[in-house]
Write a protein that binds this ligand. Structure first.
Ligand code: TRP
Length: 339
C-alpha cells in the first residue's frame, strides 16, 4: 500500500514562488509515489480573518487553479477543503489537552507571525492554537510525510509530539509523521526579507502576468552596499541571485553573472561591466519562461469553474472518508466510542 502525504495552504490569496520552492515542487514530484491529500486550510485562514470569511471561497478557487497549473493532478492528489471535515475540529479538541500553553508560546513560527500581524492584546485564541489544529490536519489523514517549507518545522515537531503523546496515553493509534523540507531552503522576498509573504507584500505570484513579474524584478533589492555597478558586489544573500539559482535553468550563465558581479569594474567606455539592471533583466526573462506554461494552464482552467469545483468536491469526499476512519480509531482508543 502507498504511504500518505498531507500538506496544505491557507487560502488567503494566490500562491507565489515561495510556495513553489517551499512545497509545491516536492508535492508534484511525490504525487505518483504517495497517496496525496492537499488541504485548503480555510479554517486555519479564519484564525486571523474571522472578520472577512467571504475572502475564502474565491481564494479556494484560486489556490485550486494554482495547484493544477503547477502540475498537481487531481486524480492522484485529493484537494480537500478543511472546513468540510469536522473530524479535524474534533481531533483538535482532544489534542488541546495534550499540549501546554507554554509549549505553543515557544513556537518560533507562531511568535514571528504574532509579531508580524501586530495582534498585541487582541491575539485571537484560535490563532494561538492553530499549531494544534495543524497537528489534527496531519494526523487525521494518517500522513507519513509532510512536505513543507522550513518555516513549518516547529509545526511538524509539535504534531509529532502530540501524536507520540496520544499513542503513549491511549495506545498506538496515530501515525507519527516525518517532515520533508524543500531542497532549496527558503526563498526570500523581493525586498530581501527572510521569507516571501503576502502579509509583507514582497511576493511574485504564480499567476502574475509578464509585465508584473518584470516590474517586481526590476524593483528587487540587491546588494545594499553596492552603490554603482562598477563596485564589486555580494552574491551571497543577494535575493536576485538566489532567484537565479532557483529558477534560471542556464547554470553556466548564472555562474558567469556571479563571477562578473563579484569582480565589478568598468569597460573601456567607463560603464559598469555588469550592472544590477542586466542581472535583473535576465532574471525577469528566466522567471517569465518558467511561469509561462503555468499561466497558460491556469488561464485554461479558469474558463471551467464547474470542473474546478467538481475536483474540490471529489477531493473533499476522499479526504472525509480517510478522516472518518481515523476518528473512529481515535474514539475506540480513547474509550469514548459509547454506542
Ligand atoms: N500552516 C501552513 C501554512 O501557513 C498551512 C497548513 C495548514 C499546513 N495545515 C497544514 C501545512 C498541514 C502542512 C500540513 O503554509
Amino acid at each position: 500500500m502507498k504511504k500518505t502525504i498531507l500538506t496544505g495552504d491557507r487560502p488567503t490569496g494566490k500562491l507565489h514562488l515561495g510556495h513553489y520552492i517551499g512545497s509545491l515542487q516536492n508535492r508534484v514530484k511525490l504525487q505518483d509515489e504517495y497517496e496525496t491529500f492537499v488541504l485548503l486550510a480555510d479554517v486555519q485562514a479564519l484564525t486571523d480573518n474571522a472578520h472577512q470569511p467571504e475572502i475564502l471561497q474565491q481564494n479556494i478557487f484560486e489556490v485550486a487553479l494554482d495547484y493544477m497549473a503547477v502540475g498537481l493532478d487531481p486524480q492522484k492528489c485529493a484537494f480537500v477543503i478543511q472546513s468540510q471535515i469536522p473530524e479535524i475540529a474534533e481531533l483538535t479538541m482532544f489534542y488541546m489537552n495534550l499540549v501546554t500553553v507554554a509549549h505553543v508560546e515557544k513556537n518560533p513560527t507562531v511568535k514571528t507571525e504574532i509579531a508580524q500581524k501586530g495582534f498585541g492584546e487582541s491575539l485571537p485564541l484560535g490563532f494561538f492554537c492553530y499549531p494544534v489544529s495543524q497537528a489534527a490536519d496531519i494526523t487525521a489523514f494518517g500522513a507519513h510525510l509532510v512536505p513543507v517549507g522550513a518555516d513549518q518545522a516547529p509545526m511538524i515537531e509539535l504534531c509529532r509530539d502530540i501524536a507520540e503523546r496520544f499513542n503513549r496515553q491511549y495506545g498506538e493509534t496515530l501515525v507519527v509523521p516525518e517532515a520533508m523540507y524543500a531542497q532549496f531552503g527558503r526563498l526570500p522576498g523581493t525586498d530581501g526579507a527572510a521569507k516571501m509573504s503576502k502579509t509583507i507584500g514582497n511576493t511574485i505570484n504564480l499567476s502574475d502576468d509578464e509585465k508584473t513579474v518584470s516590474q517586481k524584478v526590476m524593483g528587487m533589492f540587491t546588494d545594499p552596499n553596492r552603490l554603482t555597478g562598477k563596485e564589486p558586489g555580494n552574491v551571497e544573500g543577494n535575493p536576485v541571485f538566489t532567484y537565479h539559482d532557483a529558477f534560471n535553468p542556464d547554470k553556466v550563465r548564472v555562474a558567469e553573472l556571479k563571477e562578473l558581479y563579484r569582480a565589478g569594474g568598468e569597460n573601456e567606455k567607463g560603464k559598469p561591466i555588469l550592472g544590477d539592471v542586466t542581472v535583473k533583466r535576465e532574471l525577469a526573462t528566466a522567471l517569465n519562461e518558467f511561469l509561462g506554461p503555468i499561466r497558460e494552464k491556469r488561464a485554461e482552467l479558469e474558463k471551467t469553474p464547474d470542473f474546478v469545483w467538481d475536483v474540490l468536491r471529489d477531493g473533499t469526499a476522499r479526504g472525509k472518508a480517510r478522516a472518518a476512519e481515523t476518528m473512529a480509531k481515535v474514539r475506540e482508543s480513547m474509550k469514548i466510542a459509547y454506542f
